[in-house]
Ligand binder design. Structure first.
Ligand code: SAM
Length: 276
């Protein structure tokens, strides 16, 4: 096996290309190559695997994915990063394709040529959550992505893997768990980033699991939005706006005086199925 190319340290890349971190774009960069290699190992062996990386920035995580042998398509909206990424593409011939644009506006399935792909991303919180909800909301299951490895604020990561009954349990947990396996793969200290963000981060890893029969994702999404939109209220109140939901709860033997966070993921699934 050939050795990976010797690359200049990431700090030099940042300096050479004048990549001062933009707050507006949520830029907090990772420079520690050992940490980046550990992150790239979370999805498993990536040799020859198609990977969609969102927000490569100066390319720290991208290098680690390329070293792991992945075929990377990276979407970055900050044009200032493109020359650094072009250098990286040259160092790993045929392994890296960079698309300039907003990942929220690009059709990922199409960008990946309709083939299966793993997603790896270290994104600003709002973009990450919006993409996460989108990746989990498709009616087609299993989806085109084979795994999601995503950096979030630790508090958001905990909401994704939260167990029913806990204060962190909510819409993100139900969306993440009703037909996927979700786990907290790694905590990342704020000091690992340049500049350091105010809060700690954590990486979650998701893989698709079997989807329960007879449940539409759109229905489940509607129910979780209503139920957790007013999480302090009793279900008979918070689900009033969803036609037939309160009657369906009664038919399922679920006490309508309960609050959303006390339900199991399977209860939401049963409710969505009952409502068709
Ligand atoms: N991956 C690099 C790392 O780990 O060091 C950079 C991470 S930085 C937290 C987030 C990156 O996402 C930035 O490079 C930023 O420009 C990019 N970004 C932010 N919003 C984006 C969007 N909507 N679409 C694509 N990239 C975006």
């Amino acid at each position: 096996m050939s050795l990976p190319p010797q690359l200049p340290p990431l700090r030099e890349i940042i300096a050479a290309h004048g990549l001062s971190a933009s707050k507006a774009l949520g830029q907090n960069f990772l420079f520690d190559e050992h940490l980046l290699d550990r992150i790239a190992r979370i999805p498993g062996d990536l040799a020859g695997t198609k990977v969609l990386e969102i927000g490569p920035g100066p390319g720290g995580l991208t290098r680690a994915l390329l070293r792991a042998g992945a075929q990377v398509t990276a979407i970055e909206m900050d044009r200032r990063c493109l020359p650094a990424l072009a250098d990286l593409a040259e160092a790993f011939p045929g392994q890296l394709r960079v698309l300039e644009g907003d990942a929220l506006k690009i059709d990922h399935g199409e960008a990946m040529g309709g083939e299966p792909f793993a997603v790896v991303a270290n994104l600003p919180y709002n973009v990450g959550t919006a993409l996460f909800v989108r990746w989990l909301s498709g009616e087609q299951w299993p989806p085109q992505w084979t795994s999601l490895t995503l950096m979030f604020q630790q508090e958001v990561a905990q909401r994704i893997v939260a167990a029913p009954g806990s204060s962190a349990f909510g819409r993100l947990a139900v969306l993440a768990q009703w037909r996927s396996q979700a786990r907290l793969a790694m905590k990342v200290h704020r000091s690992a980033f340049t500049p350091p963000p105010k809060v700690m981060s954590a990486i979650v890893h998701l893989t698709p699991a079997a989807a329960p029969e007879g449940v539409r994702a759109a229905r489940l999404s509607q129910l979780t939005e209503a139920a957790f939109g007013q999480r302090r209220k009793m279900l008979r109140q918070s689900l009033k706006g969803v036609a037939g939901a309160v009657e369906a709860l009664e038919a399922l033997g679920i006490d309508t005086a309960r609050r959303a966070e006390t339900l199991e993921v399977a209860d939401f699934v049963a409710l969505a199925r009952a409502l068709g």
